[in-house]
Design a protein around this ligand. Sequence first.
Ligand code: ADP
Ligand code: MG
Ligand code: MG
Ligand code: MG
Length: 415
Amino acid sequence: MTVFEALNSQTLPLRLGGTAAILDRVGVDTSAWKIREVGDGNLNLVFIVDGTKGSVVVKQALPYVRLVGESWPLPLKRSYFEYQALVRQQERDPGMVPEILHFDREQAIIVMEFLTPHIILRKALIEGQQLPRIARDLGLFTARTLFRGSDLSMETRKRKEDLALFSDNVELCDITENLVFSDPYYEATLNRHTTPQLDGIVRELRADRDLKVEAQRLKHLFASNAETLLHGDLHTGSVMVTPEETRVIDPEFAFYGPMAFDVGMLLANFWMSYFSQAGHEKDGDRADMRDYLLDVVVGIWDTFRDEFSRLWHTERNGILYQRTLFEDRGDALGSTQALDEVLQSIWTDMLGFAGVEMHRRILGLAHNADFETIEDADLRARCEAKALKLGRHLAVNRRKIHSMAEINALAGRLE
Ligand code: ADP
Ligand code: MG
Ligand code: MG
Ligand code: MG
C-alpha cells in the first residue's frame, strides 16, 4: 500500500514527472517546471505547474480541513468524488468544467486544465466587473446537470448505482448539514460575525422560532431528498470566468440531494454580492453593478426554467412522469401541468436554500470575500445586515413569494 504524502513544489516534479498526460501538456523537461501553490480555498492544495510547453493545475486533498488545521480531519476520498462529479458534469454540460488530465485516487490528486486568463467570479464581482455570459451559462449548467442526473432522465439502475457511490461522501455532507443549516442559528464554537455591530440582529435571528424550524425543514430536505447529483458547493468562488467563457470548478461536495440546493446557493451569492457593493464604492458608484447583479439573478432563473422545460419535453426518458401516461396518450397538457408543479417546488425550495446560505456566510465559519474585504467594520455590518434580512424573508416566506421581481424590489428597498 502506498502512503499518502502531501505534495510540495520540490517533490511535485519528481512525483508527477513520469505521467505522460502531464508531460504532454506541460513539456518533458521537468527541470524547467515552475511551480506555485495558489490554493485560496478552505480545504485543499492547488498548484499551478508551468513548463516549456504549457501549464496544468494540480489539486490535492489533505487529510484535514486546511482552514482549521489537523484538528479537523477530513477524508481524502473527497478527491475521488470531485473527480467523479467532474466526469459527469462534463457529460451533462460539455465544456463547462476543466478538462481532466490525470487522477490518482490514493494520493488524492486531480491534474486538470489550467484555466487562463480566467479569474474567480467572486473576485470579478468585487472588482465591479460585469460578465456578459454568466447568467446564461450558469442557468444552462444548473438545468442540464440537475435534470440529467435525476430519475427524469437517467436509466434508473445507473442513477441508483450513482446514488450509492456518492452516498459515501458523508463527511462533506456533514459539513453542509452543520455549517449551513444549524450552526448559524445557535452559538456554535466556530461561528463568527462582525461584532458588536451585528450582535442585535444575530440575537433576533437566533430567537426566531419560525426561522429555526424552516432551516431544519430545509436540512431535512437536503439530507433526504436524493433526487439528483448536486455540485454541492456552487457559489461564486467555484466559478471561473472571462468575458467570453464560464467554467465551474470544485465539486468535492457532490452528493445526491434536492435540485433546488445548487440553484439556491448560487443565487444567494449574487444577492450577497449585491449588498456588498456599497462597501466597494471607493473608486466610484456601483449603481450600475447593482442593476447588473439583479439582472443576473433573473437571467439565471429564467434560463434554468426554460432549459429545464426544454429538457422535460425532449429528454424525459427516466422513470418519472413517463410519456406513456401523458404525451403518448395525447395528454400533453398533463405533462405541462406536472412540469409546472415540479418547477414550482424547485422555486420554493430554492428560495429557502438561498436564505440559509446568506445567513451562514455572515454568521458561520466560512465567510465571503465580498463582505470580508470591506475593511470598515461599520460599513461591512450595514451591508451584511441587509443580506441577513433578505435571507430571513426568503427562508420563512418562501411559499408566499411568487416572482424574482418581488424579491429584487425588496432587495432594492433594503439597499
Ligand atoms: P478548494 O476545494 O480548496 O476550495 P478550489 O478547487 O476551489 O479548491 O481551488 C482553489 C483555487 O485554485 C481557486 O479559487 C482558483 O483560484 C484556483 N484554481 C483551481 N482550479 C483551477 C483551474 N483549473 N485553473 C485555474 N485556477 C484554478
Ligand atoms: Mg473552492
Ligand atoms: Mg461555454
Ligand atoms: Mg472545495
